[in-house]
Each structure stands twice: as structure tokens, then as C-alpha cells.
Design a protein around this ligand. Structure first.
Ligand code: FAD
Length: 480
């Protein structure tokens, strides 16, 4: 049998896994990535990057149409074939050789094939020809296998050749009509992209849109989709789906939706059905529960700790940037533990992913965009925080009126009144995504409101909303 030894063996080579390997190697360890598809994973080829490439042209065009002078110059509509071609460039035509070059350049090894745990610190990799390579980890195995689309149990759906986000982000042409089942971020983004291409889009969602977000954000995105001509069938569930004669029919309350394609975007399941979890006493098909140093919890790590998980498969925050943040902590802590260095696992320490609990930034790249970090008002209340909610109309900010005629947007900050710090921020409006990092710094840094008064936003930028939020909150007087 062909067995190779490394300090760290990582199952998966998505963007998250790459970061674990990189940090471990920089920390002085050897590392190998195991990949069954494309190095770079979902985000690079079928998720973040291609979806944003599909959305950008429409957002730029609409932004230009909102500015007098530019509006007159921009009279056409988006050219879908040019957008698909630009997207093909983003995903390197689904060729991962540049990512493989990066892996090798970073001093990381790569084994192609399907990896499965085979007991403690062992991973067996089966390649396309059925040959098996055994990898033995001296210190750690990290599971970074990601997630798969969830296919809801709707009669007929699986047989109707539904699109998952993979088909929607890799299509080379837009269908004339598309039904989207789901009301989350992915559903809203892809509905926006295809509606921009001239596709007749219908969203069918069990609830409203963007469930976990501030209600005003969901309302603005709902209105934005309606303006794009998207038909919304909300608070309803399909009874059945069937495809005949090429078209798909979704049965809903006696008023069916017909479309050329049906996209299912109803959430994710862990990619853990066939990774050998049973060989180490874990439940096949489960998400992997981890502590803040990304060690898998439970008896599997009761002795010398060795099994870690990062990224989507932990179910902590299904976002690339948050997975990569976990990966940096995991790679560093694995090296520290392996080499007997000090481990800093206190909250906000070097080796923990504390922000997963309190400060996850997220952008929904619809039109308008939603950019949020930390807690919504409702989540703060549920967490028992004595909070005060401050709202401000972004359209009233001078910088916003420069960006677009009649700019429409909204900002909210949620203040923890006992600590005098911000625990959540949500912005809605055109181009608010680029305003999010300041909010993230305020939440993570727990910057006291008194000090924030000294962070002066430049005039006339949209960031002046920070000053307006503080003014609305009110400045304490020295007699308070
Ligand atoms: C349409 C869409 C748009 C999105 N947009 C954004 C966005 O804008 N921003 C954002 O932050 N997030 C976005 N996400 C979420 C983001 O894609 C995921 O959070 C991210 O890809 C998770 O990274 P990961 O490394 O955990 O998993 P993946 O990217 O899925 O990587 C896992 C890798 O492991 C490999 N693998 C799995 N099992 C095995 C095995 N047994 N053996 C060998 N290899 C294996 C897979 O082939 C894959 O390459 C989006 C998701 C979707 C669906």
C-alpha cells in the first residue's frame, strides 16, 4: 500500500482549505490537500465569483441610469452573452491550473481524488482510476469538504432536472423563463441576475425573502425584485413539480407556475455522507460541530486532539470569508499545538474564531444591496441585550445623493445600551457593500460610541451616515 506522511492532511481544497494549508505551512508544518473536483472549490467556480460576475453588469448599468447625464448615454440593456463570457473568464473556464500553481508555490502538496477518513489520523484517497493512496497525519486532519445544495422533498422535483446554484452560475445562455424555489440570499441574487438578462423570473418561497435580515432590508429587496419584473409567490409551498414537453410546471394552490427551468435554492446540506466519519465514531451525513479553535467536539478528540473542521461543513457561517477566517485560526493553532507553542484560545485570541458568534459580515448583492454585520434588532432582543435601535434614511445623506439621483436606502445600528457599543449594523442601498468593513470594525472592536464621534466620515461620501446615526442617537453631555 502507498502511504505518505504529512503533519496536516486536509480533505477538500476549496478556498477555505487552501488557507488552513497555507497557515500550517507558514507555521513550519508540512500539509497536503485532497481534492476530488476543482482546487478552489465552490466559491471560485460555482458560487461567489461567477454569481457576482453575473450580477455586476446589471448593477453598473442601473447605477448609470440613476445619474443624469450618464442616463442619457446608457440606453441599451445588458448583453447576456457578454456577461456569460466575462463570467467564463472569472472561473478560468472551470480550469483550476492557476490555483494548483498557487498551491505548489505555497509549498503545499496536492492529491487528486476522493478522501475518506480511515480511522484516527488516516485518510484514504481514491483517484479516478480507483487507485488508493493512504495519507497519515502526524498532527491533524482537517475536514473542509463544504456543503451541497439541499433538494427539498417536493414530489416530482428530483425527476424534473432542476437547476442547483451550480447550473445557474455556469449556464452559457439565459432561459426565457425561470422559476426559483427559495427565498434566501442565493435565490434573490440569482433571480436578480436572470431578470436582468430578460428572463421571466418567478420566485416561489415558503416565507418572505431574506428571512434572517432586518425586515426593512427584506422589504427593499422584495421591492427591487418587483421593479425588475420578478413575479413573487411568497408564503407558499409547491405541492409538486413535473417536467413534460421540456417545460417545468410547479403546482401551487391551483395556480401553477410554468417555466423553462426551475432553480432550487433552499439551503445547504453538509458534504459528509461519504467521508468516513463512521470510522472515527462520528455520524455520517452530519454537520461537524467544532469549538472556537475549530476542533471537532466530542469523544473523537478526547485524547490527543487531531480532528478539525472549517468552512461550510461546520455550519457556523456559510460564507467564504468566514470560513477563511476559521481556516487562518485553525492553521495557526494546529502549528502552535504541534510545535508546543503557546495557544491563545481566549475570546478574540489569535487561535479562535470568536467573530463567528458576534460579528459575521454578509452582503446580498441584489439591487439594492444589503450589507450587514452582527445582530439584527430582533436578534439582539432575543439575546437579552438592552438595546436601542437607530435608523437613518440613507437618501438624506449628501454623499448618497451624489451617487444616484433620488438615492433610496436605509441604515440601522443596534446599540448595546449597557456597554455603549454597537452590536449590529445593516445598510440597504446601491453600493452599500463597500461600506460594510467600517461597521465590522466598530462591532468587532467594540468601539465606544463616544470614541466613534471622532471617526469623521469624509464629505460628501455615503459613510457620512455614521455621523447621522450618531447624531440621531444623541451625544452624551458631561452632566449626564
Ligand atoms: C450561488 C452561491 C453564491 C455564493 N456567494 C457567496 C458570496 O458572495 N460570498 C461568500 O462569502 N459566500 C458565498 N457563497 C457561499 C460560499 O460559496 C461557501 O461558503 C464556500 O464555498 C464554502 O467554502 P468551503 O471551502 O467550506 O467549501 P467548498 O467551497 O465547497 O470546498 C470544498 C471542497 O472540498 C472538496 N471535497 C469535498 N469532499 C471531498 C472529499 N471527500 N474528497 C476530496 N475533496 C472533497 C470539494 O470538491 C470542494 O472543492 C455562495 C454560495 C452559493 C451557492
Amino acid at each position: 500500500m502507498n502511504a505518505r506522511e504529512y503533519d496536516v492532511v486536509i480533505i477538500g481544497a476549496g478556498a477555505v482549505a487552501e488557507n488552513v494549508a497555507d497557515r500550517a505551512v507558514q507555521g513550519g508544518l508540512s500539509a497536503v490537500l485532497v481534492e476530488s473536483e476543482l482546487v478552489g472549490g465552490e466559491c471560485s467556480y460555482w458560487a461567489c465569483m461567477p454569481s457576482k460576475a453575473l450580477l455586476r453588469a446589471g448593477n453598473v448599468l442601473r447605477a448609470a441610469q440613476r445619474v443624469g447625464g450618464a442616463r442619457e448615454a446608457v440606453t441599451g440593456s445588458v448583453d447576456p452573452s457578454a456577461v456569460f463570457a466575462r463570467r467564463n473568464g472569472f472561473v478560468h473556464d472551470w480550469d483550476d491550473s492557476s490555483q494548483v500553481d498557487w498551491v505548489h508555490g505555497a509549498g503545499i502538496d496536492l492529491v487528486r481524488g476522493h478522501g475518506r477518513l480511515a480511522g484516527v489520523r488516516r485518510v484514504e484517497v481514491t483517484d479516478a482510476d480507483g487507485a488508493v493512496t493512504t495519507l497519515v497525519a502526524r498532527h491533524a486532519v482537517v475536514v473542509s469538504a463544504g456543503s451541497d445544495p439541499l433538494l427539498p422533498d417536493i414530489p416530482g422535483l428530483a425527476d424534473a432536472a432542476p437547476w442547483t446554484p451550480r447550473e445557474a452560475t455556469s449556464a452559457q445562455a439565459a432561459p426565457a423563463s425561470l422559476a426559483v424555489i427559495g427565498g434566501g440570499v442565493v435565490a434573490a441574487e440569482l433571480a436578480t441576475a436572470y431578470a436582468t438578462f430578460g428572463t421571466r423570473v418567478t420566485i416561489v418561497a415558503r416565507g418572505g425573502l431574506l428571512g434572517g435580515q432586518e425586515p426593512f432590508a427584506a422589504e427593499a429587496v422584495t421591492a427591487g425584485l418587483e421593479e425588475l419584473g420578478v413575479a413573487l409567490r411568497l408564503h407558499t409551498s409547491p405541492a409538486a413539480v413535473r417536467r413534460d414537453g421540456g417545460r417545468v410546471t410547479i403546482e401551487i394552490d391551483g395556480d401553477p407556475v410554468e417555466a423553462d427551468e426551475v432553480l432550487v435554492a433552499t439551503g445547504r446540506v453538509p458534504r459528509s455522507a461519504d467521508i468516513g466519519l463512521d470510522t472515527v465514531g462520528l455520524e455520517t451525513g452530519d454537520w461537524l460541530d467544532v469549538d472556537d479553535t475549530l476542533l471537532v467536539t466530542g469523544p473523537v478528540n478526547a485524547g490527543e486532539p487531531w480532528l478539525y473542521a472549517v468552512g461550510d461543513i461546520t455550519h457556523r457561517a456559510l460564507l467564504t470569508h468566514q470560513g477563511k477566517y476559521q481556516a487562518r485560526a485553525a492553521g495557526d493553532v494546529i502549528a502552535a499545538r504541534a510545535l508546543g507553542r503557546r495557544v491563545d484560545d481566549a475570546p478574540w485570541g489569535v487561535h479562535v474564531a470568536t467573530a463567528d458568534h458576534r460579528a459575521v459580515p454578509q452582503v446580498t448583492f441584489t439591487d439594492p444591496e444589503v450589507a450587514s454585520v452582527g445582530l439584527t434588532a430582533a436578534a439582539a432582543e432575543r439575546a437579552g441585550i438592552r438595546s436601542r435601535v437607530i435608523d437613518y434614511d440613507l437618501g438624506q445623506v449628501a454623499g448618497a445623493s451624489v451617487q444616484a439621483d433620488g438615492y433610496r436606502g436605509q441604515a440601522r445600528m443596534v446599540v448595546d445600551e449597557d456597554r455603549g457599543v454597537i452590536v449590529g449594523v445593516t445598510f440597504v442601498g446601491q453600493d452599500v457593500s463597500e461600506m460594510l468593513q467600517a461597521a465590522t470594525i466598530a462591532v468587532v472592536g467594540e468601539v465606544p460610541l463616544d470614541r466613534l464621534w471622532h471617526a469623521v466620515p469624509a464629505y460628501p461620501t455615503m459613510n457620512e451616515v455614521w455621523l447621522r446615526l450618531l447624531e440621531t442617537y444623541g451625544r452624551p453631555t458631561l452632566d449626564d
